[in-house]
Design a protein around this ligand. Structure first.
Ligand code: 1HE
Length: 262
């Protein structure tokens, strides 16, 4: 049986880590299944969700496969995670990550490789690599640090500090909080909103924003102009801009209590 369940729900690919008896610990086989599911989603979905089955999102690296690995085996393992996570992070479609229970070690690295994170109120976050005598290897030193800041990540890794869902929201790790059990439904709703965008715009959002952020000021502005003109020159943009002018486009979802009445 596949260790990552794959289904299409209303045009959204839903990838579910399916090893609940081991708290969805990421074995080599599960990583391979995740990679296959990500490739499949890139070919047939306009947005995707990753969730975990059972009580937890993911307990990180499967530690039972790590004992007595050589340095070279360790490097290959880490690079294998990077390869799959890069296909999530800089692939063709946006990923919404639905979190609950433990989001630990490589589980947090997986969450950080997605584009938007939704956590239910019972979610908790930890990086116990130091306690296990290892280090983050799934892109966390880049991606988790970008979300919460190097100082907070250093504290977590040195002291074993566990963040609650509220803290994770405050520190930029998650974008949305829900009631217990509500993260998957919310992540699907959000993915469906993103799926309505022009695919080329979504491609640019997931591929260009972080690269621009990582580049210099002048290069960033230049790169932005190129992407803006490229997207704007497509028939899809022409159609969408015309629909707005013809008053046929969907209106902004302005939160109640804000905005100006017309
Ligand atoms: C595992 C793993 C795992 C659970 N590898 N088998 N990650 C960690 O250091 C976290 C280790 N896990 C835990 O701290 C706890 O399991 C949890 C807090 C996440 C959940 O607790 P609980 O009480 O729900 O489950 P449990 O009883 O601890 O575990 C149930 C089973 O899952 C048990 O196996 P069993 O055969 O005794 O039933 C556990 O051994 C197994 N299990 N987590 C292997 N991680 C790319 S580099 C990334 C580096 C890292 O991710 S380091 C952090 C690793």
């Amino acid at each position: 049986m596949a260790l990552v369940n794959y289904e299409i729900d209303d045009g959204i690919a839903v990838l579910t880590l399916s090893r609940p008896e081991k708290r969805n610990a990421m074995s080599d086989a599960m990583l391979a299944d995740l990679g296959a599911a990500v490739d499949r989603a890139a070919g047939e979905a306009r947005a995707a969700v990753i969730a975990g089955s059972g009580k937890h999102f993911c307990a990180g690296l499967d530690l039972s496969e790590q004992v007595e690995k050589s340095v070279m085996e360790g490097i290959a393992g880490s690079r294998g995670w990077h390869a799959v996570f890069t296909r999530i992070q800089r692939g063709a479609i946006p990923y919404f990550i639905a979190l609950h229970g433990a989001v630990v070690g490589g589980g947090l690295e997986l969450a950080a490789a997605g584009h938007v994170r939704v956590a239910d109120a019972n979610t908790y976050f930890a990086l116990p690599e130091g306690q296990r005598g290892i280090f983050v290897g799934g892109g966390g030193s880049v991606n988790v640090a970008r979300l919460m800041g190097v100082a907070r990540m250093t504290d977590m890794m040195l002291t074993g500090r566990v963040f609650t869902a509220d803290e994770a929201e405050r520190y930029g790790i998650v974008n949305y909080l829900t009631e217990p059990g509500g993260a998957l439904a919310r992540a699907k709703e959000l993915a469906k909103l993103a799926a309505k965008n022009a695919p080329l715009s979504n491609y640019a959002i997931v591929n260009a924003l972080q690269r621009i952020h990582d580049s210099g000021y002048d290069e960033g502005l230049f790169f932005e102009s190129m992407i803006a003109s490229l997207t704007q020159a497509t028939p899809e943009a022409h159609e969408r801009l015309r629909a707005f002018l013809d008053k046929k486009a969907e209106r902004l979802a302005i939160p109640t209590g804000t905005g100006v009445s017309s």
